[in-house]
Design a protein around this ligand. Sequence first.
Ligand SMILES: NC(=O)c1ccc[n+]([C@@H]2O[C@H](COP(=O)([O-])OP(=O)(O)OC[C@H]3O[C@@H](n4cnc5c(N)ncnc54)[C@H](OP(=O)(O)O)[C@@H]3O)[C@@H](O)[C@H]2O)c1
Length: 245
Amino acid sequence: MPPQPHSPQARRIVVITGAGSGIGAAIALHFADHQHLVVCCGRRREACLATVQAIENAGGTAQAVACDIRDTSAVENTISHIIEQHGHIDVLIANAGIAENRSVIETSDSLLDDILRTNVQGTFSCCRAAFAHMLPRKEGAIITIGSVVSHKGYPQQAAYAASKHAVLGFTRSLCAEAQPHGIRVACVMPGGVATEMVRRTRPDLDGNQMIQPEDVANAVRYLVDLPKRIAIDSISIRRWNASPH
Ligand SMILES: NC(=O)c1ccc[n+]([C@@H]2O[C@H](COP(=O)([O-])OP(=O)(O)OC[C@H]3O[C@@H](n4cnc5c(N)ncnc54)[C@H](OP(=O)(O)O)[C@@H]3O)[C@@H](O)[C@H]2O)c1
């Protein structure tokens, strides 16, 4: 007998990196229902466990997995372990990332390396590992989180902008490879979102005028649930007071 619509076997398996805080936690909560099992990944297991608790309190099902996305073998083991446990991955939200405000002159090789290893290599290896398992099933969705600096450049953000331009370029190529196999790939690119990251890197922004993590989560959920007849490759979300282009 095929799995019934709301049986544990019919649940969509949604993996979210950086789900212990900010935007990732908000996205995770958007999938807190009986149709999804949410795997919350991040380096800080306790932070992911707090998101799991919030999802369970909202009636959903989730689990926490500690994983540092800078470590490719840890990423591959984590994805393989999820497949062993649940059989497949339906959705990957590659959200984890870091930012530091530094001028070009002040950006050391080690800071550049950390930002690129996390935002570019980490995003790449998470997507590659999940994509490899989605290919034979010919279904799935991968959403990356870029930024307004995927298509703009701001002072003090050169390393971060380089990494987020790379995330967009990577997502576009992955989309072209994945589409013939029925796998959806898209990038969400927000401006300033009210999280700890932006409070630290853009203290000049007024918290009341910022994008909320839930706004980004709405866009991600919208992309994941699109009907198969249409594709939306990217969504830019900007603060109302930011310039349109
Ligand atoms: N806030 C904004 O204005 C804004 C705007 C555009 C795009 N974004 C992007 O949105 C994403 C989420 O950012 P946020 O604002 O929600 O900031 P945040 O609260 O600092 O979240 C970043 C998350 O990434 C995880 N992470 C960082 N390095 C990791 C690693 N090596 N391995 C695994 N997980 C790692 C962190 O968890 P652990 O520390 O536990 O690992 C944390 O939960 C990032 O990609 C960011 O670049 C943010």
